[in-house]
Design a protein around this ligand. Structure first.
Ligand code: NDP
Length: 237
């Protein structure tokens, strides 16, 4: 029987890239998958049709909309918060509103979604957030706000693992290194610099990240919680 048959999975930010691979993974393993998107309606509708999942528009920058979406989808067996953005450039020049928006998407949304999901989540539920190796290591300038946001998810996992552990609910962070997506194409201008930090000198694939998420959500990972799981070709080593 497929691993997630009869399980309800909500992926925040599932229309493209790593999120889309996660949607495909769970749908392929029999789950009933709902995913959100913000701007990519065409990609979302195509993916929903391909996988038999449900696409709903919800902006992760809007706290109340995120909470309402999670509530409407509950009870959820597996919550994956993948939506995330980066901004680049001199910290002294960045628009504070842009930094604020990044923090709402990358930190506030995962926190409030996790708490809301846990209200009705059954015993053995799984909460997985997509962080970044930049939560551990930020070897270049111009990405401090992104590093702040991904480090914050480590505290989220450690803290909420304590809150929800007594109910058998696990909370984990998956921390990718460079992964080939629209946000970080394998042939992009930063490729050689990024690969110079790595032991395996290539971008990872979204499917490789989805595989780790699938394992964390599955029956073998019930004792794994409050932890960071780095998948980065040793970028952070
Ligand atoms: P992409 O930019 O390729 O895709 C981002 C996905 O998140 C899209 O589905 C997008 O939906 C969704 N999203 C973005 N903003 C919002 C929002 N406000 N509300 C709802 N959905 C939103 O990114 P990646 O796949 O590369 O990254 C996914 C996650 O992995 C992020 O959290 C990122 O920080 C993390 N990560 C990525 C790495 C990489 O090298 N690619 C490395 C380390 C971490 P839509 O298009 O509809 O707006």
């Amino acid at each position: 029987m497929p691993t997630f048959k009869g399980k309800s999975v909500l992926v925040l930010g599932g229309s493209r890239g790593i999120g889309a691979a996660i949607v495909r993974r769970f749908a392929g393993d029999g789950a009933d998958v709902t995913f959100t998107y913000a701007g990519s309606r065409d990609a979302a509708e195509k993916l929903a049709e391909e996988t038999g999942s449900t696409a709903v528009q919800t902006d992760s920058a809007d706290r109340d909309a995120v909470i309402a979406r999670v509530r409407d989808s509950s009870p959820i067996d597996v919550l994956v918060v993948n939506s995330g953005i980066a901004i680049f450039g001199d910290a002294l020049e960045q628009d504070p509103d842009e930094v604020e928006r990044l923090l709402r998407i990358n930190v506030h949304a995962p926190y409030h979604a996790a708490v809301e999901a846990a209200r009705q989540m059954p015993e053995g539920g799984r909460i997985i957030v997509i962080g970044s190796v930049n939560g551990d290591r930020m070897p270049i300038s111009g990405m401090a706000s992104y590093a702040v946001s991904k480090s914050a998810l480590q505290g989220l996992a450690r803290g909420l693992a304590r809150d929800f552990g007594p109910r058998g609910i696990t909370v984990n962070v998956v921390q990718p290194g460079p992964i080939d997506t629209d946000a970080n194409p394998a042939d992009g201008p930063m490729k050689d610099l990024m690969h110079s930090f790595m032991a395996i000198k290539r971008h990872g694939t979204a499917d490789e990240v989805a595989g780790m998420v699938g394992w964390l959500a599955g029956p073998e990972a019930g004792f794994v919680t409050g932890a960071m799981h780095t998948i980065d070709g040793a970028f952070g080593a």
